[in-house]
Design a protein around this ligand. Sequence first.
Ligand SMILES: [Zn+2]
Length: 150
Amino acid sequence: MATKCEYCQMEGGYGDLIFETDHWMVFLAPSQRYLGTCVVALKSQRKNLSELEDSEWMDFVEIVRKLELTMDRSFKPTLYNWSCFKNATFRNQKPNPEIHWHFIPRYRNKIKFRGTLFEDPDFGYIPQPVEKRLPKNLMKSIMTVIKQNL
Ligand SMILES: [Zn+2]
């Protein structure tokens, strides 16, 4: 990918793989401004959502159910944002879009996880592409909790 998606903060990847299905890969996003943020990336190259095969949509429905349920169990967010932007790649004259969803749990209240306090400073508004990196061991703990609740 030529242009980094500012939302994913990705450099050559979307983060750590949580699980995959036939058509999608689900990653724990490197930036955790909103605890539990994930990226759901389509394995096939498509430009628009209208180009998705039925089987890819069916697969995606299962992921939506699974991820929301998993986060309910893990961190009890107030709501979930799902967004598919594809903006950054189109800054190039020859864009190379990769369909991927940003899955962003949103929190009305502060949440403490493994001694670290997480806030959602933008609650009620669109999530901001502000990078928040966590220590490796904390990312590992988040991954462990998510996998236990899948
Ligand atoms: Zn992205």
